[in-house]
Write a protein that binds this ligand. Structure first.
Ligand SMILES: [Zn+2]
Length: 210
């Protein structure tokens, strides 16, 4: 449920949008492709307006104009990461260090990791990315901490409802149970089902899905 985890394996693209006229048209495909999260800072797009997210050109537009609408060059990205990444591209000889890793060509977890809301770098490309994208901007860290605390709260509520439901189901099976008691337990179970559904919906929204 924690969105702030970098993928351990490389991502193989599943969407097949074909060739589209403008790069902006790829956004819904990229959103599904990368599970509603910025590929660089892992922020889910489900907490704010969709306009806060856009299409990143991994190889920047000005230096690679022939890749402007190439799906394989496009990633889902929050606007702050996109703006900070800008036209950055390594100079010859710096490809091994001064590069921002992406989840299709790199194992992201080899370069970056989260400690709660704070990002740590594990490699020279990780350090370059952390610096360039200002991944530990205090506002971003505080926002991640807030999301994590809220996820924790809903998870606790969900687990408590599940525990109570389990106990009630056990009671419901007792042979000595009267019809009235059974009815009371059934309505309590149906209330708990609603609570569980509500918690799951909040958790999905907070984490942006799998
Ligand atoms: Zn981002």
């Amino acid at each position: 449920m924690n969105p702030f985890v970098y993928p351990k394996s490389k991502h193989s693209r599943r969407e097949r949008p074909g060739q589209l006229a403008r790069y902006q048209l790829y956004k819904p495909y990229l959103r599904r492709e990368f599970a509603k999260k910025c590929v660089y800072c892992r922020l889910p797009d489900t907490m704010g307006p969709l306009e806060a997210f856009g299409v990143d050109h991994y190889r920047p537009k000005k230096k690679f104009p022939h890749l402007v609408t190439a799906y394989a060059n496009l990633f889902y990205c929050c606007n702050p990461c996109n703006r900070r990444k800008g036209e950055d591209w390594p100079r010859p000889g710096e490809e091994g260090t001064e590069i921002v890793p992406n989840p299709c060509d790199h194992k992201m977890s080899k370069h970056l990791r989260f400690k709660r809301g704070t990002v740590e770098s594990l490699s020279p490309p990780g350090a370059h990315t952390l610096r360039l994208l200002d991944l530990n901007d205090p506002k971003a860290v505080a926002y991640r901490e807030f999301i994590l605390a809220t996820i924790g709260m809903w998870q606790e509520k969900l687990e408590s409802a599940q525990r109570t439901a389990r106990e009630l189901r056990k009671k419901r099976r007792a042979p000595s149970l009267s019809a009235a008691e059974g009815g009371r337990i059934d309505s309590a179970l149906s209330r708990l089902e609603h609570i569980e559904a509500e918690c799951s919906a909040h958790l999905d929204r907070l984490a942006g899905g799998p």
